[in-house]
Design a binder for this molecule. Sequence first.
Ligand code: AMP
Length: 249
Amino acid sequence: MKILVPVKRVVDYNVKVRVKPDQTGVDLANVKMSMNPFCEIAVEEAIRLKEKGVASEIVAVSIGPAQAQETIRTALAMGADRGILIETDQTVEPLAVAKLLKAVVDEEGPELVMLGKQAIDDDANQTGQMLAALLDWPQGTFASKVGIADGKATVTREVDGGLQTLALQLPAVVTTDLRLNEPRYASLPNIMKAKRKPIDTKSPGDYGVDIANRLEVLKVTEPPKREAGIKVESVAELVDKLKNEAGVI
Ligand code: AMP
């Protein structure tokens, strides 16, 4: 079974992002970029399926600038077999990403596409769902456990107040939640080995997909600054402030 894992290059989750002075977006100059954490979880899960003998090949695909090759290399160093970079310097919205991924699926014929549930830069949480719709494949989103047997994927999802378990007929789309696994670090020998693994470079035009944006960002602003707290002398004062100043009780 072949697994396709889309991996996105995003601002590292440790970076405190700054909004550009003209409010058109986030300043990306000299900012550390890394693989989206939910994509790391997807790569890890695919590798575990390969280690169990369920999967035979893992293909990592990224849509982004030339530097997204580093993100693919990270997936290869973790254990993916080869990569596809669809290179573009444009921002690509989830629908266009899903269309490109559909074209890759049509070419590669995987039985499972394992994506992150969301990219931490745009927080869209749309690509997996849109891809499943375009392919007309079943989807298991926010997976906290995945099992594959007898041509089916069993996906456990964290839902309000409990867990839901779904059986999906393969081929299927699965998106990963935080608790699915803890991704491994790539070892030095594997980082070296990854340098020799193949990465195919393509362009959106190769797949005949129009990636023109359909959304217009009006403005991006910082969240309001938190005001400093105060110390109260007694419970009575606290209750009084909650009642008469904050108006919450
Ligand atoms: P989103 O719908 O943007 O929140 O992203 C959800 C998931 O879709 C990510 O975790 C990736 O697995 C995949 N994805 C989104 N954008 C890209 C991209 N540019 N390249 C590769 N995968 C992507």
